[in-house]
Ligand binder design. Sequence first.
Ligand code: FEO
Length: 165
Amino acid sequence: MLQDKIKELLTEQLNLEFSSANLYLQMSAWCCRQGFDGAASFLKAHFQEEIQHMQRLVDYLNDHDVSFTIKDITVAPVESKSLAEIFEQAYQHECCNTKKINELVWIAMDLKDASTFHFLQWYVAEQREEEKLFKSIRDKLKLIGESNLDLLQVDQNPKTYVKPS
Ligand code: FEO
């Protein structure tokens, strides 16, 4: 049985993942409007990943017979000056997500909730990958600047610019 504090924090995280999903969908729409089709498709796929992150939390709460509230989440259209700014924003967003997950991990540990602590390890690893992914693309865009052919190449396949492990 989950403790009330853990239920509350996992529900909060579930809604945060939903909010992240919607943010990436709006970022994808911005890219689409600017003609960055590759980045639009990449960010749309990321929207789906965030929904899966949310789903994992839903499954975990269901496994523990916890009822939860999914909030109405409004995410306004994203406005940006550049593709680099979009990926900077995405990177900063992932850093915040990592902070939230880490806080959850430490609270699960403090409350001696081994099951939730173990469950959260998947998110710890996932956040490491996500930060790396967005940082690599952000760094590459910073390097090449705007308005040249390299920008189009990054757009075609943003994942190409992720540093190997
Ligand atoms: Fe679910 Fe991108 O963190």
